[in-house]
Design a protein around this ligand. Structure first.
Ligand code: NAP
Length: 303
């Protein structure tokens, strides 16, 4: 048992997965959940991953030792404002937002003295969302990054780290700005590129009819999985991690132009060298245990 009472604000993929994992591993004595819509609250009640579902965030955080903000990044400010006067002295507040600097700026100013805010981000997710999409194994062997500030209470950070470790995650501490830059490279920009590629193919589909769907196994299918991610969440990610994503997109565009020129001028050496370098990165990810080495991501054969 790590926390007596946990409050989950937001009951989507991440919060419901946390609840399933905490229950499986006996990490919290009591979990209260809330979500803004009565529909999500009703589904959460039906699935039954919380001990208690209440109507408002203010109500949910009463007596909570740990409060988890699991709403889109753009909603963090309003939620922090609402719960601030109801927080128990000594409580820890954390979040799971995909961007860290913007969340710190939105939440920290509202936190009362004696409440410990420890920002966090589990690097785990799927393209599904909502209270039915969660599962206890989501965080296993995936990294969770905590971005405590210099003044953040060490004991509060350590206890939160134990919770994430208990749910099967590896945990690292990182500076918030560095987190945002790293995630712009590893997650945010790849999502934008996938959204773009699927958008281009959708335009093309009007010309080629159903060929894009029919032959989608050839790489495009993996783009469509990423591009099916929640539009609200991803809108907020780009609006709140503007600087880092624009920086990485600038570099991406330069490299894309260089590859475009290599194709036009027939510079096979450039293309071959580039693809050799990128192949080594894939090997590094597999060696680090962050993906399967099975062909086609272990899906079996495709035509
Ligand atoms: P989700 O499944 O879409 O659930 C979102 C939850 O937030 C729902 O309970 C929803 O309430 C609530 N919500 C949405 N807009 C709101 C608003 N304006 N005010 C108050 N509540 C609002 O989302 P998720 O995937 O769990 O993501 C939650 C957080 O985790 C986000 O900050 C995201 O950046 C982060 N994250 C996501 C992933 C991922 O892959 N999905 C991975 C790591 C971190 P209703 O359903 O009642 O409307």
């Amino acid at each position: 048992m790590i926390y007596q009472r946990v409050a989950l604000i937001g009951l989507g993929l991440i919060a419901s997965s946390m609840a399933h994992a905490m229950r499986r591993d006996g990490l919290a004595a009591h979990i209260t959940g809330t979500s803004r819509s009565s529909e999500t609250r009703a589904i959460a009640r039906e699935v039954g991953f919380c001990d208690d579902i209440v109507e408002t965030a203010g109500e949910a955080v009463r007596d909570a030792d740990l409060v988890v903000l699991a709403v889109p990044v753009g909603a963090m400010d309003a939620v922090a404002r609402e719960i601030a006067p109801k927080l128990k002295p000594g409580a820890t507040v954390t979040d799971v937002g995909s961007v860290k600097r913007a969340v710190i700026e939105a939440v920290a100013p509202h936190m009362p003295d004696g409440v410990h805010f420890v920002p966090g981000h589990p690097l785990a997710g799927t393209e599904h969302s909502g209270p039915r999409s969660g599962f206890a194994e989501l965080f296993e062997n995936r990294w969770t990054i905590l971005t405590p500030g210099e003044d953040t209470d060490q004991a509060a950070t350590d206890t939160l780290r134990r919770l994430w470790t208990g749910m099967g995650a590896f945990v690292d501490d990182m500076d918030a700005d560095h987190h945002d830059l790293v995630l712009a490279v590893t997650s945010h920009c790849p999502h934008l590129i996938a959204y773009t590629m699927v958008g281009v193919a959708d335009d093309l589909r009007r010309v080629t009819d159903s060929e894009v769907i029919k032959y989608s196994a050839a790489g495009f299918r993996d783009f469509t999985r990423i591009a099916a991610s929640d539009p609200t969440m991803w809108r907020d990610v780009f609006l709140s991690n503007k600087e880092a994503t624009l920086e990485i997109l600038g570099r991406f565009t330069e490299e894309l132009f260089a590859l475009q020129r290599a194709i036009r001028t027939g510079d096979g050496d450039h293309l071959h060298d580039y693809f050799t370098r990128t192949r080594a990165i894939r090997r590094g990810i597999i060696e680090a245990g962050q993906d399967t080495d099975a062909p086609n991501f272990g899906r079996g054969t495709t035509r």
